[in-house]
Unconditional design. Structure first.
Length: 67
């Protein structure tokens, strides 16, 4: 089973993606901002990371650079 991390500052988007992906039998974790997403990505192995581009404080491109 693939593990997926969803990084997005909008709770509704995180929830919708989680519901869709879990319905397809993926294991899903969420992060509400770039820093939390980086911390989770460093602490665990994810097969796929979905990351919003426009987020406050740290945008998706900064997250990509950090990872």
């Amino acid at each position: 089973m693939a593990k997926i991390l969803v990084i997005d500052d909008e709770r509704a988007i995180r929830r919708a993606l989680r519901e869709i992906l879990e319905f397809e039998d993926f294991e899903v974790d969420e992060a509400e901002n770039g820093k939390e997403g980086i911390d989770k990505a460093k602490a665990d192995n994810f097969d796929v990371i979905f990351c919003d581009i426009k987020m406050p404080e740290m945008d998706g491109m900064e997250v990509l650079d950090a990872l």
